[in-house]
Each structure stands twice: as structure tokens, then as C-alpha cells.
Design a protein around this ligand. Structure first.
Ligand code: SF4
Length: 324
């Protein structure tokens, strides 16, 4: 008997894999890769340690389309948890069918999250994913109606668990008792739930800029400023970010760099004119520590390179007004 298990790299899915393995189920661990969460290193280690096959799947355009307009709405930030789970489970169902597996399981815990893990929502997710009856939540199974794999005796219901609620102490106890290793700390970083990142993502959505991986990666670095509805400036916070911004520059962008190398680089995207260029340079000058009476800012765009001498830095209050 083969099953597809969704693994996030967290403790719950690691325990779910362990429980299924104990029942003699051959597990294919399915981990989704995206710009919004980690690179799957923990999931890899967990799969290796548990002796299960890991399948990594990159989220595609259809995930981004869902994210822009989730049918069941967002959580506290830009996290469309219900739609996200439905999306993942639909992919899991397709893989289940292609692999000749018999069911799908997850590490979901009843009542752990206020919106997406309540009883009604778990039922909704199961139905909408097309997996009704074939989706097992081993950690809370005893608190949920029996699934087809339990009814048909493919897995033993009595050996499944009855964990519920937000606490993780029970899971930590089990992990220790069973020697389950390699899991990330709870709330291990979906950027869609982080207020700063969510604010930038909302801005990207409003701006009408293309939603591609590059633009999403850019949201993770630097300080972001929306100077006009159609022009954004990203200012590096350290050497590493300056280098990354340089690498992101391409034809059609504006690039600013204080001469003498003492200060941040900045990448401008969108539509700008000379006035805006000056404003961008005075914003960059705000972050030049050695600024005394002026700073010379190098400017590069598709028409070539030039310099601009900034005598007055942007005031703190204006900087705050533009900051995302
Ligand atoms: S926290 Fe992020 S990855 Fe997890 S279900 Fe919500 S949106 Fe999806």
C-alpha cells in the first residue's frame, strides 16, 4: 500500500510520516517549493532519515493566480491558507493517481490554526481537493470521521492519534519518544504570513507589475519605497544586498549608486522622469552615512551613465511616507 504524504519540514508532517511508516505504508513525501517558504532542506533530511522517497514540486503560475485572488480569502496577512491547501492537495491527488498510490495524508492537526484547521474547514478542504474519503490526517484521525483507508483496513484507526489544538508539547513528546528528527521550529516561515512581506506583496499586486519570480524575490531584499503609483525604489541595506540589486538590474530599470562606494545602491522600477530621478537620488543620499554637504550619485539607465550631485537629503518624514 502506497500513500502520498504532504511534508512541510515541520514536526507535524514528520510525525505523520512516521505513523504511516509504522503501519507498513510505502510513503512518497511530497514537498512544494516556492519563493514564499524555505528551500526544503529540512524536508530532505527528514525524508532521508525516515527512508522515504521525497518528491519536490515547484509551485507554478496557477499557484500565483490563486494567490492573487483566493476564493476563501486571506488569513491575517497575504496567506490564503485554505486555497493553498486545496491547491496542494489537488496536486497531491494527481500524483497519487499517477503513482498508483491509494490515499493522501497530511500532518494537519484539528484546531491548530484558527481558520484553516477547524473541523468544518478540514472537511471543506478535503471536499474541494477532490480527495473526499481519501485524505488521512493521522495526527487527529481519532477525532475525525473514519476515512476509506481506515474503513477498508488499509490502515489501523486505533493506531492513529488524537492530537488537537495549538500547543506542540504532545508532538514534541512523541518526536522524542519515537526518535523523529529533522523538523523546523513551529511557524517555520511562510513569508505570506509575515506583515512586512505581505505589505510589499500587496503593493506589488496593486501596482500591476508582473508577478514573476524575479519580482517576488526582490520583495525579500532591501528597503522598499513607493514614490508614485508607477515607480518603486529598492535601497540596499548592506554590501550583500547592494550586490544582489546590481544583479537584478536590467534594461528598463534605474540604478543609483553613491560614488566612492560609501552608501547604498538602489534599484528603481517603473516609469520615472527627471524630477523623480532627483527624488530617488535624495532618498539614496539619506542613507549615505558620510553625508556632509553633498554627495555625488551615479545613475545608470538604458540611456547610459551620468552623475547627479545631491545637496539636500530627503527628510525623514518623507522617507517614512514613501516606505512600504
Ligand atoms: S501558511 Fe503559507 S504555506 Fe502554509 S497553508 Fe498558509 S499560505 Fe500555505
Amino acid at each position: 500500500m502506497k500513500a502520498i504524504g504532504l511534508v512541510s519540514g515541520g514536526i507535524d508532517s514528520a510525525l505523520a510520516v512516521w505513523v504511516m511508516k509504522q503501519q507498513g505504508i510505502e510513503v512518497i513525501a511530497l514537498h512544494f517549493l516556492s519563493p514564499f517558504w524555505g528551500k526544503g532542506e529540512t524536508a530532505k533530511k527528514m525524508a532521508q532519515a525516515s527512508g522515504v522517497t521525497l518528491r519536490e514540486v515547484e509551485v507554478g503560475e496557477d499557484y500565483f493566480t490563486m494567490l492573487k485572488n483566493p476564493r476563501y480569502g486571506y488569513g491575517t496577512q497575504m496567506n490564503p491558507c485554505i486555497d493553498c491547501k486545496i491547491w496542494m492537495l489537488r496536486q497531491a491527488k494527481a500524483i497519487m493517481e499517477a503513482e498508483g498510490a491509494s490515499f493522501v495524508f497530511t500532518g494537519e492537526v484539528l484546531g491548530q490554526r484558527p481558520k484553516s484547521q477547524m473541523r468544518n474547514t478540514l472537511r471543506l478542504i478535503e471536499k474541494e481537493s477532490g480527495l473526499a474519503g481519501f485524505l488521512v490526517r493521522p495526527l487527529s484521525a481519532k477525532l475525525l470521521p473514519p476515512t476509506v483507508p481506515e474503513e477498508r483496513g488499509w490502515i489501523i484507526r486505533e493506531s492513529l492519534l488524537d492530537v488537537s489544538g495549538r500547543g506542540r508539547s504532545k508532538q514534541l513528546e512523541l518526536a522524542q519518544a519515537w526518535g523523529v528528527q529533522f523538523f523546523s521550529p513551529p511557524a517555520g516561515g511562510c513569508l505570506l504570513t509575515e506583515p512586512n512581506f505581505a505589505r510589499r506583496l500587496r503593493d506589488l499586486l496593486r501596482s500591476g507589475e508582473t508577478w514573476n519570480r524575479v519580482n517576488i524575490e526582490l520583495l525579500k531584499i532591501g528597503r522598499h519605497f513607493r514614490l508614485t503609483p508607477s515607480f518603486k525604489l529598492i535601497v540596499g541595506r548592506n554590501e550583500e544586498e547592494n550586490e544582489r540589486l546590481k544583479a537584478f538590474y536590467h534594461t528598463g530599470d534605474l540604478f543609483l549608486f553613491p560614488l566612492g562606494g560609501k552608501g547604498p545602491c538602489a534599484l528603481g522600477r517603473g516609469i520615472w522622469n527627471l524630477e523623480l530621478e532627483k527624488e530617488a537620488a535624495s532618498l539614496v543620499a539619506r542613507y549615505v552615512r558620510s553625508f556632509q554637504s553633498e554627495v555625488v550619485v551615479g545613475i545608470r539607465d538604458q540611456s547610459g551613465e551620468r552623475t547627479l550631485t545631491v545637496h539636500e537629503r530627503m527628510s525623514e518624514s518623507v522617507v517614512k511616507r514613501y516606505m512600504l
